[in-house]
Design a protein around this ligand. Structure first.
Ligand code: NAD
Length: 360
């Protein structure tokens, strides 16, 4: 059954998670941790985030037991090893990951290994904070899975912390969130609530991202974009992702392409491919984008956000395509339209050179 089919069938679990959202919400972090009876904090971040870390340190004071600022994209196994040594040394009661999916992903890896509670203070639009999806990348590529133990117990969104996210990073990250919403709309297991979340996520992202890119200091636009990302993260958690996420997983995990920009480039092509198999999802997505047609609306939004790169620009070569396509197909992901290696190759070729979407 797909979300477009006449019958309805769904099942889902809701986890306990406290979500706090608002300008200046960072000030509430100590009280929120108190409510969870968590004292000592290990802060997790990506390199270069010293200003944000200083804000967290100022808010948390003496309860900071350690700081690990070497989180990296796709959660390399060697980084997990290093952070586990720091967990042992600092002996925290909770990890607080501040940053994007990389910092939050490392916090999830710690939770998975040790059972330590995770709190997240997201500063990009990746949405990982709302999911139980973990990932780790070793020599044999990237492994992912779902495990309720890794999901943050507290998520604190303060749009003020996103003001420093550069326009180009904001644009790509926002399209990563858009991809969660788009694929939730045609997920076979999407419940009616998730469809509503996904459509509203897409609507808020489409409305706010061009404003964020035009004026990264626009606080109202930042709050809208972060709210859209929150909803997209919830949809990602509740719905099975399809071909688009599978392609990006392989391009990131096996070929080392950057996560968010890859999502932005690939999304219009996969949506065009799936259009004929998911008309209701396309209608909803187009409506959210204010477009006549979903794939064209996504391509137009990418252009408006200055996201003009191709997979070739990110380092994928034509010779990589058959291997990438074979790896995508081997996993047998759920998708509204049956997937063949030839179809994936056509999508990747279109995304490699840019230009029009693949419908083949
Ligand atoms: P990221 O976390 O790597 O952040 C991108 C860059 O932006 C980094 O250099 C970071 O230091 C910087 N940055 C973050 N916040 C900033 C701010 N406020 N100001 C200035 N710079 C800032 O990138 P991402 O796109 O957020 O996350 C990508 C990772 O997350 C990938 O590994 C992806 O697989 C994972 N992910 C996981 C899930 C999930 O549910 N498990 C969902 C989405 C993404």
């Amino acid at each position: 059954m797909t979300a477009d089919a006449p019958g309805l069938a769904f099942a889902y679990d809701l986890r306990p998670v406290r979500v706090v959202f608002g300008h200046g919400a960072l000030a509430q972090l100590p009280a929120e941790l108190d409510a969870l009876e968590r004292g000592r904090v290990l802060l997790i971040a990506t390199p270069g985030r010293s200003e944000t870390l200083a804000q967290l340190r100022a808010a948390l004071g003496a309860r900071v037991a350690g700081v690990f600022d070497r989180a990296a994209e796709h959660v390399p196994a060697v980084v997990v090893e290093s952070v586990l040594a720091e967990v042992k040394r600092a002996s925290p009661d909770v990890c607080v990951s501040v940053g994007g999916g990389s910092a939050i992903g490392l916090g999830k890896a710690i939770a998975r290994e040790t059972g330590l509670m995770l709190a997240a203070v997201p500063t990009t639009y990746a949405g990982s904070e709302m999911t139980s999806i973990w990932g780790i990348t070793g020599e044999s590529g990237k492994k992912t899975g779902r495990d309720a133990r890794v999901a943050p117990r507290l998520v604190l969104y303060d749009p003020e912390l996103t003001l420093s996210l550069p326009a180009a990073v904001s644009a790509a990250s926002g399209m990563n969130a858009m991809a969660h919403a788009a694929e939730a709309l045609y997920a076979a297991n999407a419940d009616p609530g998730t469809l509503a979340l996904a459509e509203e996520a897409a609507r808020r992202l489409a409305a706010s991202l061009p404003r964020v890119v035009a004026a990264p200091g626009d606080r109202a636009a930042r709050a809208e974009a972060l709210a859209g990302a929150h909803l997209a993260g919830r949809a990602l958690d509740l719905a099975a992702m399809g071909l688009h996420h599978r392609i990006c997983h392989v391009l990131g995990g096996t070929f080392g392409l950057p996560h968010a920009r890859t999502h932005a480039i690939v999304l219009p092509h996969v949506v065009a491919f799936n259009a004929s198999a998911a008309p209701e999802a396309m209608r909803r997505l187009a409506r959210a984008l204010g477009a006549d047609e979903a794939a064209a609306g996504l391509a137009r939004l990418n252009r408006a956000l200055g996201l003009s790169a191709t997979l070739g620009d990110l380092g994928l070569g034509p010779a990589d395509i058959p291997r990438a396509a074979a790896e995508v197909v081997a996993a047998g992901y759920a998708n509204p339209r049956p997937v063949t290696a030839e179809a994936v190759q056509a999508i990747l070729e279109a995304a490699l050179r840019g230009g029009t979407s693949s419908r083949a």
